[in-house]
Design a protein around this ligand. Structure first.
Ligand code: FAD
Length: 264
């Protein structure tokens, strides 16, 4: 790992200034993805800008049919939040199934969505629930936020400040986890929302995606059997030592059915 300078701003404006003043600056949230990447010398920032001291990035609040979660809120805090449990229990359960206790205590919502790991759980929650990513300068709908493998719509120095989740009528997340890391080999979020039914898949391909055929079948009848006969193509899916592309395609159907059954 290369030497770096650490900055500890107490506001988003100070964080932005530190980033812009750095040679090769990187935001540091929980460090659960960034530090391993730095240890492998895949990122060599000259400056790390810690978000830990910025109160504006903390807190969970319910307002007007939405739950707004600060970017620096840890997975463990989402899991334990009475607001999240009451409004979107599927989101609390998703957070509680991320990694292990250390990862859940250090890792943050903002870090997870900014990193956009193809096997991360939160992308399925954001897209499945139709959430909005709030940054220091704009709001980005989840459908256009995740743009590819470890890629998002964020520009170079943009800071995620919160994610705003609309409260669904019902929702559930089913994951087939890697037994060691708990990352999703396939994870599916199914939600009946004010904007219709949404089905979002993570882990299977380079980026989270929706399954339109499943969404319209569930709109006609929200029950697991509605998904019978719907096959997801394996063409664009990952195949690796954990699971072939064909097995991942099969798992999408199985996890989607489980999620719908859990909603009932
Ligand atoms: C052993 C292990 C198991 C794991 N298992 C799972 C799992 O089962 N499911 C899962 O979803 N994840 C899993 N993770 C990943 C974990 O959820 C991380 O917490 C998450 O990917 C990154 O969050 P972080 O807060 O640690 O971000 P960091 O590592 O600090 O940062 C990650 C990236 O995001 C950027 N960033 C951070 N915050 C912001 C912000 N507010 N705005 C803009 N950019 C920002 C950083 O600059 C960096 O590029 C696992 C990680 C480990 C080490």
């Amino acid at each position: 790992m290369q030497p770096f300078q650490i900055h500890r701003p107490s506001s988003v404006a100070e964080a932005l200034a530190a980033l812009r003043g750095a040679g090769e600056g990187k935001l540091l949230a929980g460090g659960q993805s960034l530090i391993p990447v730095m240890k492998l010398d895949l990122a060599e920032p000259t400056d790390l800008v810690s978000l830990a001291g910025i109160d504006a990035l903390r807190g969970i609040r319910s307002e007007g049919g939405r739950v707004v979660i600060g970017a620096a809120v840890s997975h463990a805090e989402v899991e334990a939040s009475p607001d999240v449990a009451a409004a979107i229990p599927a989101l609390a359960r998703l957070a509680g199934a991320i990694g292990d206790a250390q990862v859940r205590n250090r890792g943050t919502l903002g870090g997870s969505v900014a990193h956009a790991d193809p096997a991360a759980d939160y992308p399925a929650a954001l897209v499945g629930l139709g959430a909005t990513v709030v940054t220091d300068r704009r709001e980005i709908g989840a459908d256009s936020f995740f743009t590819g493998l470890f890629e998002t719509a964020l520009v170079e120095d943009e800071i995620v400040t919160a994610v705003s989740f609309p409260v669904p009528e019902r929702a559930a997340y089913a994951k087939f986890p890697n037994p060691a890391s708990k990352f999703a080999i396939v994870g599916v979020m199914v939600a009946a929302t004010g904007q219709g039914v949404r089905v979002a898949v993570t882990g299977a391909g380079p980026s989270v995606f929706r399954v339109a055929e499943m969404e319209s079948a569930l709109a006609d009848g929200f029950r697991p059997e509605a998904l019978d006969g719907i096959a997801v193509s394996s063409d664009e899916l990952f195949g690796d030592g954990d699971a072939s592309a064909e097995y991942r395609a099969h798992l999408v159907g199985v996890m989607a059915r489980r999620a719908v059954a859990e909603c009932a």
